[in-house]
Design a protein around this ligand. Structure first.
Ligand SMILES: NC(=O)c1ccc[n+]([C@@H]2O[C@H](COP(=O)([O-])OP(=O)(O)OC[C@H]3O[C@@H](n4cnc5c(N)ncnc54)[C@H](O)[C@@H]3O)[C@@H](O)[C@H]2O)c1
Ligand SMILES: [Zn+2]
Length: 379
């Protein structure tokens, strides 16, 4: 048996931990921090909470609040210009995957020359970055504990800066911050986390530690996603979701992802579909497609989601596909045809999906024609 298993970030988990950001920033040696956040989070009052926690501990800060969904390289470069000008010595990324990833990318550019695009790939940084704190406000990407940083380039391709120095130094995982997350975002980001867990579990790079975490994440997320979506003030469900999303992050940080993510990235890059929605649209079809190559593992996933046991592994796995399909319908995930995507784009989307890194880790090796067929099924 051979594997590498890495957990880049130290984690402080629990209700209220985001309020320790001032103390923790000081412990990491930050005298002046760049707070990276998006406009939605400012409006939700989350920026104020983080800013007052920093002020209480006299940590100086500047705010960069121009993060957009599926963030582009040009936003990262704008943030880096501000960070250099203000001579910050640390970055605090607060938000969903978009803000945390922009925070990670800006942090990379504080110790490495621009542009960020040259670091697309594994381990290409010249210098290790300084301290970075990640504070998730969605229960979805797991970016707070991963070494991945996903940025969309000007050619509308999602690029991934990956490596031992790209993760946050510290993650403050506070379920309270997710209470105000609207139902549709809760559902989509939760299904992103479920996709991480499922794809890590069936990945060709899966290992025993990643399997343990991935399957437990499947269990936790599938039991709590509907309650968190329909009754967002239920703190127990919120806590479970952010825990599930974090441990799915540990799993895919090591096992990587699969074809659902490969197909979702071009949908976000070309059509602006939110990451979680794009994954949820593709997941049931990719899961079904993968059954011949990962029958037993998909049966395990089905059982973890509460499928009835009995019959062959293939029958149990098919029950799992139905559970995922029903879950997406109940959580009001649209079909691809309802997202304004033109069928004429399918060829380009399929070509991009085939070239995504995650495709290498999918248990069944797809052809271009098969990917095209999967987009058609999801339409
Ligand atoms: N680095 C990684 O490991 C990793 C993994 C998966 C996905 N990603 C990337 O992360 C991005 C997607 O991140 P996301 O799905 O978390 O969405 P997001 O960060 O784009 O946020 C979605 C929306 O939710 C709002 N929001 C977030 N938290 C809120 C809260 N608590 N209350 C109210 N509104 C809130 C934001 O303002 C935004 O409008 C994509 O670019 C994706 O490629 C990164
Ligand atoms: Zn994802």
């Amino acid at each position: 048996m051979n594997f590498r298993f890495s957990v880049p970030s130290t984690v402080l988990f629990g209700s209220g931990v985001s309020q320790t950001v001032g103390e923790e920033a000081k412990k990491l040696g930050m005298k002046k921090a760049l707070v990276v956040i998006d406009p939605g989070l400012k409006a939700a009052g989350i920026a104020d909470k983080i800013e007052s926690a920093l002020s209480r501990e006299s940590v100086a800060y500047v705010v960069f609040d121009r993060v957009e969904p599926n963030p582009s390289d040009s936003i990262v470069e704008q943030g880096a210009i501000l960070a250099r000008k203000e001579k910050v010595d640390g970055v605090i990324g607060v938000g969903g995957g978009s803000a945390m990833d922009v925070g990670k990318a800006i942090n990379v550019l504080l110790t490495n020359p621009s542009p960020i695009n040259q670091y697309d790939g594994l381990g290409l940084l010249q210098n290790p970055p300084g301290p970075m704190i990640a504070i998730p406000t969605t229960a979805g990407t797991g970016s707070e504990v991963t070494e991945f940083c996903v940025i969309t380039d000007t050619k509308r391709i999602k690029k991934m800066v990956i490596g031992p120095n790209t993760g946050a130094t510290l993650a403050l995982v506070d379920p309270d911050l997710t209470v105000g997350l609207p139902p549709a975002v809760t559902a989509a980001t939760g299904l992103d986390a479920l996709t991480h867990a499922i794809e890590a579990y069936v990945s060709v790079a899966a290992s025993i530690p990643s399997d343990i975490l991935a399957l437990e994440a499947v269990r936790i997320i599938s039991r709590n996603i509907k309650e968190a979506t329909n009754n967002g003030v239920n703190l127990e469900a919120r806590e479970a979701m952010i825990l599930g999303s974090m441990i799915a992050g540990y799993a895919f940080n090591n096992a990587v992802l699969g074809l659902a993510h490969s197909m979702a990235h071009p949908l976000s890059a070309h059509c602006g579909i939110p990451h979680g929605v794009a994954n949820a649209i593709c997941l049931p079809y990719v899961l079904e497609y993968n059954i011949p190559a990962a029958t037993k593992k998909i049966a395990d996933i089905a059982l973890a989601m509460g499928a009835a046991p009995g019959g062959t592994d293939e029958e149990v796995a098919q029950r799992g596909v139905r559970i995922v399909r029903d879950m997406c319908a109940e959580l009001k995930i649209p079909r691809l045809s309802e997202c304004g995507v033109s069928e004429e784009l399918f060829q380009r989307l399929s070509e991009d999906a085939l070239n995504e890194v995650s495709t290498l880790f999918n248990p069944r090796k797809p052809t271009l024609a098969e990917i095209l067929e999967l987009y058609k099924k999801a339409y």
